[in-house]
Design a protein around this ligand. Structure first.
Ligand SMILES: [Zn+2]
Ligand SMILES: [Zn+2]
Ligand SMILES: [Zn+2]
Ligand SMILES: [Zn+2]
Ligand SMILES: [Zn+2]
Ligand SMILES: [Zn+2]
Ligand SMILES: [Zn+2]
Length: 288
């Protein structure tokens, strides 16, 4: 990867001798000349690209230094080129930690093949630019195109897919919070329905809804409700009974009077079996 191909002006490298060699300095950009051209008028050296942009700016090609006509009066300075290409520089990734130093002519090979700190395109083709030394970690830990297992359901897919809401919103093992008010349970999505059947915070109907109790409550309050509403449920049962045939009702009312009497005496009482309606539930009342 020739990082400076097509670059304008001279080389911006850091030279190991600490200063830009005067001998090879372009008299336009003041950097060490790239593709050095020597003019015949005054013997100065210029970068090829510097001369060309100077020509564009001034509409004619004159020596920027002595202002003489330059058409056909400069040549590629091979001697300077050789000298420049042999100048010692530091790697352009010195700041990242590269210790390499060498001739200008060798840096492109260093950067494209071996510099550990050079940014190169992801080997997985995700489009990211990654330092060569970080590539393995990138592919293992970050690359959106790497195959990974979903940490919840262990299904395999690209990291991009398996960490996207597209997957997580339907991942069967993704932990989701129970949506019943006050329930703190966090459970895998596929167990939500089963949890709802036992969730203490789920809203359920009174177990005597079939005889007319319309109360709804949290499952955990159901037992208490049943305990506290014995009389109420009993009355509902009685009303239910009252809807039975007249003959039946009379006998049940008689028994209920008997029940209340026994209850105040703290004595045990059991009704005989009866039906909540013709062909309805078979029930038996007893005091608790
Ligand atoms: Zn220049
Ligand atoms: Zn000149
Ligand atoms: Zn390097
Ligand atoms: Zn990648
Ligand atoms: Zn998953
Ligand atoms: Zn719950
Ligand atoms: Zn009830």
């Amino acid at each position: 990867m020739a990082t400076e191909v097509g670059a304008q002006g001279g080389y911006r490298y850091t030279f190991t001798d600490g200063e830009t060699s005067q001998e090879y300095q372009c008299h336009i950009c003041t950097l060490v000349a790239r593709d050095p051209q020597q003019v015949t008028c005054c013997g100065k050296i210029y970068c090829k690209s510097c001369l060309e942009s100077s020509k564009k700016k001034r509409q004619k090609l004159t020596c920027p230094d002595c202002n003489k006509q330059l058409t056909g009066k400069y040549f590629e300075d091979m001697r300077a080129e050789q000298g420049i290409k042999s100048l010692e520089i530091y790697c352009t990734n010195t700041d990242s930690g590269c210790q390499w130093m060498g001739a200008i002519k060798d840096i492109d090979t260093h950067l494209s093949i071996s510099c550990p700190y050079q940014q190169v395109p992801c080997t997985n083709g995700c489009g990211a630019m990654v330092q060569r030394i970080e590539m393995e970690a990138h592919v293992t830990d970050d690359c959106q195109r790497s195959l990974v297992k979903c940490q919840h359901c262990q299904r395999e897919g690209s990291r991009q897919l398996m960490t996207s809401n597209n997957h997580l919103n339907k991942c069967p093992n993704y932990p989701v919070r129970c949506n019943n008010d006050e329930c703190e349970e966090v459970i895998p999505r596929r167990l939500q329905a089963a949890h709802h059947m036992t969730c203490p915070k789920a809203i359920v109907a009174c177990e005597y809804s079939n005889i007319g109790c319309n109360r709804k409550m949290k499952r955990e309050e159901k037992e208490e409700h049943s305990r506290e509403s014995v009389e109420e449920h009993l009355q509902l049962a009685v009303r239910k009974i009252e809807k039975l045939e007249l003959k039946t009702i009379n006998s049940k009312v008689f028994r209920l009077t008997e029940f209340l009497q026994k209850k105040t005496q703290n004595k045990f009482w059991n009704s005989s079996d009866f039906y909540t309606s013709p062909r309805g539930y078979r029930m038996r009342l007893r005091n608790l």
